[in-house]
Design a protein around this ligand. Structure first.
Ligand SMILES: Nc1ncnc2c1ncn2[C@@H]1O[C@H](COP(=O)(O)OP(=O)(O)OP(=O)(O)O)[C@@H](O)[C@H]1O
Length: 250
């Protein structure tokens, strides 16, 4: 499989703290790659470096054939490297369809000129409907976001990311705060998205990670400790030591 995203020794520090430390990763086209690691390991920081929300202090990032190190979040999103949006970017008074359409328009338009054409842009509307369908939210298309339950809201975030027609999806803890039933639904959803998109998943729910990932990378104190298949990670003595006492991986 071709490598779609490649980082070469990317580093981010806050003052004296090295939050990510020379992380070199290869993510292959079509794979679902999970990043796990203890609290504060630097997982969210790494996602932010990949999405372009944070500039790395050193190292390079390649996406497809391009060096995207110096590009911002919007430029990377337009190339297809898209992060599932934070809950704050959902507009409560807008419907599911309107929110997804905004995300579709935002992925390809600069500034705010898209406001006037909301729901008037056929291509954006089609992308929004596709995203909503893929995220399993089509029975709620016309509901205002304010009426969605917690799990549905996370589905809307996913729909918004998909409406941007990504090649590569960055997902930061999509199951956080969900009930067992809700996270089961998200696992099923992500299974249905596998292969259609290349996915990088940061997630604490080990059952979900081991059920979904083709490969898993373990980040500890900002350093990439090991990358392997779920079987290799499960059997890795160092990883087991880090998670000792955390029954999920046992
Ligand atoms: N803007 C910031 N300024 C200073 N320190 C920061 C900043 N953002 C993150 N950190 C620190 O960097 C470290 C890694 O944070 P990060 O959120 O990336 O870890 P994480 O692996 O995602 O953690 P968790 O699993 O708890 O979400 C933490 O010690 C955090 O306090």
């Amino acid at each position: 499989m071709k490598v779609l995203l490649q980082t070469d020794t990317i580093t981010k520090r806050y003052g004296a703290i090295l939050v990510t430390d020379k992380v070199s990763l290869d993510i292959k086209e079509g794979e679902l790659h999970a990043i796990i690691g203890p609290n504060g390991a630097g997982k969210t920081t790494l996602i932010n470096q990949l999405s372009g929300e944070l500039r790395s202090d050193s190292g390079r990032i390649r996406f497809g054939n391009a060096d995207v190190t110096d590009l911002g979040i919007n430029a990377r999103a337009r190339m297809g490297l898209v992060r599932s949006y934070q809950i704050t970017s959902v507009f409560d008074e807008f419907t599911v369809l309107e929110n997804a359409t905004l995300a579709a328009l935002g992925a390809r338009t600069h500034a705010f000129k898209f406001w006037r054409s909301l729901l008037g842009d056929r291509e954006a509307l089609a992308a929004a409907r596709e995203g909503i369908e893929a995220a399993g939210l089509n029975t709620r298309t016309d509901a205002p976001a304010s009426e969605l339950g917690y799990g549905e809201r996370r589905q809307l975030e996913l729909a918004m990311a998909l409406a941007a027609r990504p090649k590569f999806l960055l997902l930061d803890e999509p199951m956080a705060g969900m009930s067992v039933q809700e996270s089961g639904a998200v696992v099923a959803l992500l299974k249905s998205l596998k292969r259609k998109y290349t996915i990088l998943l940061v997630e604490h729910d080990m059952n979900a990670v081991f059920a979904l990932a083709d490969r898993i990378s373990v980040l500890v104190y900002g350093r990439l400790m090991v990358t392997g298949t779920p079987e290799e990670i499960r059997g890795n003595a160092e990883v087991r030591a880090i998670y000792l006492g955390e029954e999920e991986i046992a």
